[in-house]
Design a protein around this ligand. Sequence first.
Ligand code: UDX
Length: 433
Amino acid sequence: MKLCFIGTGYVGLVSGACFADLGNDVVCVDKDLNKIENLKKGISPIYEPGLEELVKKNYRNGRLKFSTNLKDSVAISNIIFICVGTPTKKKSNATDLSQVYSVAKKIRSYITSKFKIIITKSTVPVTTGDEIEKILSKNKSKKLFSVVSNPEFLREGEAIRDFIYPDRIVIGTSDVKANKILKNLYSPLISKGAKYINTTRRASELIKYASNAFLATKITFINEIANLCEKTNINIEDISIGIGLDKRIGSRFLRPGPGYGGSCFPKDTKSIVKTADKFKINLSLVKSVIKSNQKRSLLLINKVNEIFRGKIKNKNICFLGVTFKANTDDMRESSSLVMIPSLVKKGAKINYYDPTGEKKNFKKIKNVTFSKDIKTALHKSDLVIIHTEWNDFKSINFKSLIKKKHFIIYDLRNIYSPLKMKKSKIKYFGIGR
Ligand code: UDX
C-alpha cells in the first residue's frame, strides 16, 4: 500500500515508521523543512524509545520517505492519514481544528482521478469527519474519496509497542470498500491478536474521547481514594490490587500519582465536555474529574508544607524527574509546572534532575537550577521529591550516594518500599500510604 502521513508529530511519525516497517511504502509530509531535513538524517523531532532506529532502518531501505511536497505525496498515495495537531483553543476549551481543515482543503485540490481514503488519525471531536467530507465534496465526485476515522491510542514512551500490539483497531466508516482495504492494511496486527472493530465514523471519533475521559476518571478516582487512605492509615496499593482484580474494573491505570498530564488527557477531557455542551449534554462527571485533577498539585504542595511544618522558606528541594511521566521528554501539563513555581514562590530553592535534560520551562525562574546527574541534584537537599517514575530512580542508594544523616523523601509515584526506607532510617512519604 502507498501511504501518506500528513504531520510528523507524535502520531504521524510513529504510525508512518511502523507502517513502513510492516512493508508499506510510506511518505511522511510536514511543512517544517528543518524537521524533514533532520528526519532524512535520522534525527527524530520527538523523544520516543526505539523510534530513531525504526526511522533510520526504513529510510535506508527506501520504504520510508520524508517530504515537504504535499501535492506529490498525496498524488502517489492510496491512503492519506491526517495527523496534524488539534490543540485546545487559547481562550476556550474547544478544539482548534484549523490545521485539520486547512489540510483537507489542500487535499481536495490534489485529488484527481484515483480513489483515495482520507483518514483522520488526529484526535477530533464528533462530526469533524462530516465537515471534512463536506470540504472534499466541493467540486469533487464522492466516488473519488472516502473519509474515515481511525483514532490512535499510542502512549508516549510505549508508542511502538502500542502500535504493534494494540488492544483494538477502530475503523469508523460505513463504506464497505474502504473498510475492506483498511482491514487488509491492518491484517499483520490483527493476525497478532489485535481486535478490529468497524463502527460509524462518529462513533469512532467518540470512542477516542470516551476512552481518554474514562482513563482520566480512573486515575482521578484512585488519586482521591489515595487521599482517604492517607487519613485512615491504609495502603492504597492494597486497594488498587483489591479492586483491580475485579475483571469489571481491571487493574491498569490505578496507580495514584501527581495527577494526569500530557498532551492528551487534559486536552481531551476538556474537549469532550465542550462537545457535549454543544449538544446540550452535561458531562458533570468529567467536569469534576478535570477540577479534581487541577487541584491535585496544590494538595501535594500543602503536603510539602506539612512536611516542613510550614517552614518552606530557604529549604532546598530536589525534584527527580519533571516530565509528565517517565520515558518521555514531554513537559506538557506536567504537575511539575505548577508545583515548582509555587514552591519557589513560598521561598524554596529547587534543584532538579531529569534523564531527558534541562527544561526551558524553568530557565527563567529564579532559584530553580538543573543538575546534570542525580548525585549533584541530591546534594544539600532538605527534601527529595520523586516526581516521575523513571527506572533510573528505582534503585538509588541514597545513603551511599550522599553521606548525610537526614534524608526526607516524598515519593509521588510510590516507587520505593516504605519498609526499606524505614530500615535505612529515611523519613519517607508516599501517596496514599
Ligand atoms: C494517553 C493514552 O493512554 C493514549 O491511549 C492516548 O492515545 C494518548 O494519551 P499518554 O498521554 O502518552 O497516553 O500517557 P499515559 O501513559 O496514558 O499517562 C497519562 C497520564 O496519566 C500521565 O500523567 C501518567 O503519569 C498518569 N497516570 C497513568 C497515572 O497517574 N496513573 C496511572 O495509573 C496511569
